[in-house]
Design a protein around this ligand. Structure first.
Ligand code: ATP
Ligand code: MG
Length: 193
């Protein structure tokens, strides 16, 4: 082997990925990656900021994956909704309850990322919480920088903050070509929730 070629072991490292942009597919792409990681025996934690009122199919899929995992106690694919499904925003009008929920969600996220107990942590919709100024991007960046080397993190939501885009390894912007909603077609089970 050439001296310059890194061995696979030394080449392994945790990545920061961002799925952003106005098109559909940010959360579902993260779920696809999460499924891929789970298939590789990795421990996956998905924390959903702001979400809480809708019951998404992935919550039940995660439970099914856990019960397939053999051990009664092993929960290696966990999704938690940490919001209430809607958020009142607009400068001073931001509901303090929503800020409290985001702060609690972030505390849980930071602890999970730094603990090394998870191989992949998905921070779903966190970009919206940052965009609504409920969470400071510097605070998120600081935790991402000092996470254990092998931990992968995916952040989703429109308008990813430039500071986090800069820090990330892989950033994908979903572009909307068209969306069923524009023709008045409502959210469909299995596709949107
Ligand atoms: P998904 O969860 O389907 O991957 P997403 O994470 O890219 O979507 P979000 O901004 O989190 O998108 O919004 C979630 C909801 O909004 C989903 O029901 C999704 O179908 C819908 N949605 C996403 N993009 C658009 C769009 N461009 N126009 C209308 N509705 C959209
Ligand atoms: Mg989403």
């Amino acid at each position: 082997m050439a001296d310059s070629a890194p061995t696979p072991e030394t080449a392994r490292r945790g990545l920061i990925l961002i799925n952003t942009g106005p098109g559909k597919g940010k959360t579902t792409a993260a779920l696809g990656t999460a499924m891929r990681a789970a298939g590789n025996g990795m421990r996956v934690l998905i924390l959903q900021f702001l979400k809480g009122s809708w019951h998404y199919g992935e919550l039940d899929a995660a439970e099914a994956l856990n019960s397939e995992s053999g051990s009664e106690t092993a929960r290696n694919f966990v999704i938690k909704q940490l919001g209430r499904g809607f958020v009142k925003v607009g400068g001073a009008e931001t509901d303090p309850e929503d800020i409290r929920l985001v702060e609690a969600a972030w505390d849980e996220a930071a602890e999970a990322i730094l603990s090394g107990e998870w191989d992949l942590v998905v921070l779903d919709e966190i970009n919206y919480a940052i965009g609504y100024k409920m969470l400071a991007p510097e605070v998120v960046a600081e935790v991402l920088r000092r996470r254990p080397e092998m931990v992968h993190v995916i952040l989703t939501g429109r308008n990813a903050h430039p500071l986090l885009v800069e820090l990330a390894d892989t950033v994908t912007e979903m572009r909307e070509v068209k969306h069923a909603y524009q023709r008045g077609i409502l959210a469909q089970r299995g596709i949107e929730f």
